[in-house]
Design a protein around this ligand. Sequence first.
Ligand code: NAP
Length: 290
Amino acid sequence: MKRKILITGAGGQLGQEIRFLADGFHDFDFDFATSNELDITRPGMVEGWFHKRSYFACINCAAYTAVDQAESEPAAVYAVNRDGAGYLASVCRKAGTYLLHLSTDYVYHSQQNRPFTEEDETAPKGVYARSKAAGEKLVLAAGGTVIRTSWLYSSFGKNFVKTMLRLGRERKALSVVADQVGTPTWARDLARDLLTVLMKLNNKELSPENLQGVFNYSNEGVASWYDFALAIFELRNMKVKVYPVDSSQFPTAAERPPFSLMSKARFRQQFGIELPHWRISLKNCLLDGV
Ligand SMILES: NC(=O)c1ccc[n+]([C@@H]2O[C@H](COP(=O)([O-])OP(=O)(O)OC[C@H]3O[C@@H](n4cnc5c(N)ncnc54)[C@H](OP(=O)(O)O)[C@@H]3O)[C@@H](O)[C@H]2O)c1
């Protein structure tokens, strides 16, 4: 019999990538719940949803992700990223449902020059990052799994790749921030690897203990936004001049971490999954059509 999986926040980038891949995961039947269908900030709605249905696992893609806007509406941000995550985690625990909850590299905001491991102290700055860190705590306390990812892009939704392609069509030259360093992540890789983890769990290749705690997840390699922009234009063969600039030239409401490179060793070793380099994934995403 097929196992049921719930995807919350199904209308977002990651949710849509999971939907795109779902047919390839034959062991699972999926329920895709958009924010209208299942609002995770409403505990009664979350409980009611689980009362009627039984799930093997839930991937929580629901989040308030407008990082700058978040600074001016903290209550709305915390309602989703902390409290909503917490309700979902406690309902999943009661129902015996595995929860994979998405978090962010923005929780790492301290000065260092080596990749962050899951054991490193978090130091979130700004409403979005703090709310995600608070959500992680509730999820972990309820026995859920936290996946910290970074710089997501996809053919779905709004993201840096789509913005660069649009600006590159409109302008001959662009300035892009070169003093923020991390790793771009194709949301399709993340979607496939999360489903693979659940498949391995279902096949008993992994035990529930393997899923405990926090896992960093991004593509491999390292880039600044400037490097990322150059690669987008090069791979698309677009003649756009790109100038590296400091982030001080693009003031934003929320401060971004200057360095958020993450070690993925734990994810690779625990789940036996290799992660593609960001340039290879970017090429595949662009070939796939953005
Ligand atoms: N995007 C990135 O670069 C990035 C980087 C690091 C980590 N992450 C994390 O990765 C996860 C997925 O990100 P994403 O890029 O796929 O985000 P996204 O495209 O912004 O999607 C988030 C989804 O959550 C939904 N949502 C918002 N409030 C909700 C609520 N109360 N109940 C149910 N659903 C709600 C949104 O629906 P509406 O549109 O209808 O509001 C949207 O469909 C998030 O946890 C995010 O924090 C993202």
